[in-house]
Design a binder for this molecule. Structure first.
Ligand SMILES: Nc1nc2c(c(=O)[nH]1)N[C@H]1C(S)=C(S)[C@@H](COP(=O)(O)O)O[C@H]1N2
Ligand SMILES: [Mo]
Length: 156
C-alpha cells in the first residue's frame, strides 16, 4: 500500500516538550475492536530491545545513542488481531502521528519498531514520552518517534 507523504507532519516541526496528559495508557483499535492498554499491560508481553537509536531533531540537534526497550509493535498487533493487516497509524493526544505498513515492519526484524517502556535500562518517564513509538530505522528527522502514544489504529 502506498504511504502518502503528507501524512507525516511538516519537516520543520518544533517538538512538543510536555506531555498532553498524565495518563500513559492508549487504545489499540481494529474495525469495531478496542483494547485499552497501559504500560503495566505492555510489561506482560515479551520485551525486546533496539540499540544505537538516535533522535534526530532538525531543530535542536541529535541525541543518543539510546537503547530502547519495550514491546514489538508488530508482535502486539499480531497478538490481538492476527496477521493479515496492512497499515497502522499511531497517534499522540497532542495531534502528532505517523503511519507504518506491515511490510515495512517485516523488513526490519533485527531492529524492531517498538512501543518503548525503557531507555538505557531505566523506565521511560511520562515526561520523556512513555509510551513512545521508536522506529529505529528512521534516521532523518525524528518525525516517526511519536511520544505519548494515545491511539493505534490498524487497517486490513
Ligand atoms: N507526541 C509527539 N511526539 C513527537 C513530537 C511531538 O511534537 N509530539 N515531535 C517529534 C520531533 S519533531 C522530535 S525532534 C522528537 C523530539 O524528541 P525528544 O523530545 O526526545 O528530543 O520527538 C518527535 N515526537
Ligand atoms: Mo523535530
Amino acid at each position: 500500500m502506498h504511504v502518502e507523504d503528507e501524512w507525516t507532519p511538516p519537516h520543520i516541526h518544533e517538538p512538543n516538550p510536555a506531555p498532553p496528559s498524565d495518563d500513559p495508557a492508549f487504545q489499540l483499535l481494529s474495525g469495531t475492536q478496542q483494547i485499552y492498554l497501559s504500560p503495566v499491560d505492555l510489561a506482560t508481553f515479551p520485551q525486546v530491545e533496539a540499540g544505537d537509536c538516535y533522535i534526530i531533531s532538525t531543530g535542536h540537534g541529535t541525541s543518543g545513542p539510546f537503547k530502547f526497550g519495550g514491546v514489538s509493535l508488530r508482535f502486539l498487533i499480531d497478538h490481538y488481531f492476527g496477521t493479515g493487516w496492512e497499515l497502522v497509524d499511531i497517534f499522540s493526544a497532542d495531534g502528532f502521528r505517523t503511519r507504518l505498513t506491515a511490510a515495512e515492519l517485516k523488513r526490519v526484524k533485527s531492529r524492531p519498531v517498538l512501543l518503548a517502556l525503557a531507555i538505557d535500562g531505566r523506565a521511560l518517564t511520562r515526561e520523556k514520552g512513555l509510551v513512545r513509538l521508536i522506529v529505529p530505522h528512521e534516521t532523518d528527522d525524528a518525525l516517526r518517534q511519536v511520544k505519548w502514544v494515545s491511539e493505534i489504529r490498524v487497517y486490513r
